[in-house]
Write a protein that binds this ligand. Structure first.
Ligand SMILES: C[C@](O)(CO)[C@H](O)COP(=O)(O)OP(=O)(O)OC[C@H]1O[C@@H](n2ccc(N)nc2=O)[C@H](O)[C@@H]1O
Ligand SMILES: Nc1ncnc2c1ncn2[C@@H]1O[C@H](COP(=O)(O)OP(=O)(O)OP(=O)(O)O)[C@@H](O)[C@H]1O
Length: 301
């Protein structure tokens, strides 16, 4: 018997960042959109906890108890008085350390897979609680679609989206550490008055209408200057996508993946092709969103 769960990546269409809090985290107005790049997590009974990973970036994924999938299994087992005796296999297609919540997706996926495998029947509320303990992005990986995250990004309100948006993602030659990008944000804003983060009404309206031009005019990422400061070559990738006709070009979350919004599927393909030949990135993918969050795809024997 094993259970497989499919979990999407995310792009942040707005990431408004407040000043550092006493606990080191930052309050956010974080508008997430789940996009059609997926990891799959398969949970199979085993003698002891074990994590394996396949896919082009598998070598960069830790296979010990720091892996978010392992931490999710340990957290669920702990709450239900069980041993986390499970083999978790991650089929990884989401770029690692790319700002697309790849590790978070695996945490949410493992949690749902183990809940199904062990019959723990955790309520949605308990699952979301565990997700929030694992990381700020993990609750969104569970729910998917589109949502506004407040607090450190873990308190979610679902958003209506009136259509599908077409994206191109350019993966960079190396990763960026999320804490390092937030630290660089703190350094760059040290002498500034950082306002309270608020969601943009124009952006929420654009999502609700499904209007790519309006969304392109409203996207923003307060972490972008920090990501560019740590990884200046990303400016060249953003320029190449804009020159190829992208409606908007931005760093995805803490980066270094860059995201390009296109009006339709065909123009997304053209932007992707231009980026592939630009020599400014490692690989290029297209994906649309919103898509559903963590979903059981194969419960079975
Ligand atoms: C940049 C985003 O991906 C945007 O969605 C998220 O804010 C980051 O979410 P995440 O990777 O799940 O982050 P966590 O594992 O919760 O935190 C990693 C580190 O990022 C920083 N961090 C994260 C979230 C937040 N609201 N403020 C922060 O300052 C902290 O240094 C924290 O130690
Ligand atoms: N299941 C996992 N998959 C990938 N990385 C993981 C996983 N579990 C832990 N990690 C660690 O987390 C680091 C960040 O990886 P991840 O792919 O989650 O970054 P990210 O997509 O930038 O995250 P976010 O967008 O949530 O900030 C990796 O360098 C790795 O050491």
């Amino acid at each position: 018997m094993s259970v497989t769960v499919r979990v999407p990546a995310k792009v942040n269409v707005q990431l408004a960042v407040g000043a550092a809090r006493p606990d080191g985290f930052h309050d956010l107005a974080n508008v997430f959109l789940a996009v059609g790049l997926h990891d799959e997590v398969t949970a199979t009974p085993a003698d002891a906890l074990r994590v394996t990973c396949s896919g082009p970036d598998a070598g960069q994924v830790p296979l010990d108890r720091t892996n978010l999938a392992a931490r999710a299994a340990i957290a669920l087992a702990g709450r239900h008085g069980l041993e986390p005796a499970v083999h978790l296999h991650i089929a990884k297609d989401i770029p690692v350390a790319g700002g697309m919540a790849g590790g978070s997706a695996d945490g949410a996926g493992a949690l749902l897979a183990c809940d199904e495998l062990w019959g723990t029947n955790a309520s949605r509320e308990e699952l979301l609680d565990i997700c929030a303990e694992l990381g700020s992005d993990v609750p969104f990986s569970l729910v998917g679609g589109a949502a506004l995250g407040t607090g450190r990004g873990e308190r979610l309100t679902g958003l209506e989206v009136g259509g599908s948006f077409h994206w191109v993602f350019a993966m960079a030659e190396r990763g960026l550490s999320t804490p390092a990008v937030f630290r660089e944000f703190d350094r760059l804003t040290e002498t500034l008055d950082v306002p309270e983060p608020v969601a943009s009404q124009e952006l929420l309206d654009a999502l609700a209408k499904g209007d790519p031009d309006a969304l392109a005019a409203a996207v923003s990422n307060d972490l972008q200057p920090a990501a560019l400061s740590l990884f200046p070559e990303l400016a060249g990738t953003l320029a190449a996508g804009r020159a190829a006709g992208a409606l908007a070009a931005l760093v995805s979350g803490s980066g270094p993946t860059t995201a390009f919004l296109a009006r339709e599927e065909e123009s997304a393909r053209q932007v992707a092709e231009a980026l592939r030949t630009s020599g400014t990135c490692r690989t290029v993918r297209t994906a649309s969103g919103p898509v559903p969050g963590a979903t059981v795809v194969a419960p079975g024997r």
